[in-house]
Design a protein around this ligand. Sequence first.
Ligand code: SF4
Length: 432
Amino acid sequence: MNEYDSNRISDIASTIGFKKTNVSKDADCFVLNTCHIRQKATEKVYDEIGRVKKNFRNLKKPLVIVAGCVAQAESDEMIKREPYIDMVIGPQSYHKIADLILDYKRNNKKIDATEFDVVKKFDELNKIPNTQNKISSYITIQEGCDKFCHFCVVPYTRGPEYSRSFTQIIEEANTLVNNGAKEIILLGQNVNAYNYKKYRLSSLIKELDSIKNLKRIRFTTSHPKDMTKDLIESYRNCKKLMPLLHLPIQSGSNSILKSMNRKHDREYYLSVIKKLKNINKNIKISSDFIVGYPNETKKDFADTIDIIKKIGFINSYSFIFSPRPGTPAYDLTNQSEINTFSENKKKLKKLQNILDNFQLEYNKSFLNKYTEVLIENKLKKQEKYFGRTENMIPVIFDSNNCQSGELVSVKITSFNQRNLFGFHIDNKVKAA
Ligand code: SF4
């Protein structure tokens, strides 16, 4: 979502004459769009500002703006900690960035813009065309979350659930397809909770499925509780909806899921997967896992390993629990004596090894077969292309006869943990 927001920030800043640059020293304004989901991400913001400060030591100071969830959570405390920052802008206020920059230039006074006005934000954003022109493009359809998982800062930094207007989203999708997008990824912190008047996520997918030049549809990130029947049915009814679902479970232990306030148990999660597989046995699942949640016992961790083995996730994110101030789990951390950092590291390594093996085995299953790839770009100075399979696996392949945006058939000749490699022989897509 930060990538989507960063592009929109750039679209808005361009209305007052700013342009993106890849040359750091050419910049007269830095916008750091930040993530607060883990402590490490927060600290990176200050490291990055340190780098800017160093690079501009003998030059005119650039305008330094911190946007995103760290700005929302820490607001003017950031300016106190690092006076090099000129402005903090929360994720629901970035539509005002052009006016705020002009204000700053007029008054030379530091600015804290961290109020929540999500309705106004999307109304304002809708007036400025989305200039994103990537083959695979994002659209935010929903923001915020009402689930209040005990480890998560999203309900506090992005606010309550808000769904954008159906018409606005379809208009934006058509703009992106006209800009060259062949794949659209619908985004939301709780994307499958999308709820605008009579429209649900399944209605959006159905409408996108009918856009002529669009080839693929994806959505992320979903909550198991919001995998409704109509949404599951979309995997049968919408041919462009790709058969990979990112559905975080976080833990395979019912007592940890309860302590996390996840609002589902492992049996419920497994029943959702069963329904999906009944519709399409080839649907693959990816997930997020938290290791070392307060009071996680050996049995709890074994339950997580067990569910990984049962489902065989093909690609997942896993982390050691990071206590976020202000969340209920932060208070639990002090009471938990079970998990030391080094034990958690060992557990994470074990879990990641198992996930990696599933990923490697899955990649191996493509060997010597043809697979359909959406080409995203040509590699610099090489007759090689980069694209992704239906299940998002990166593919690097040789060809002297194709273009970005095409769906092509690639014969896979080798693989590693993350990628497939091969060659393209003609433009006819053959089934794997
Ligand atoms: S459902 Fe996701 S975004 Fe919402 S509180 Fe839980 S982890 Fe955070």
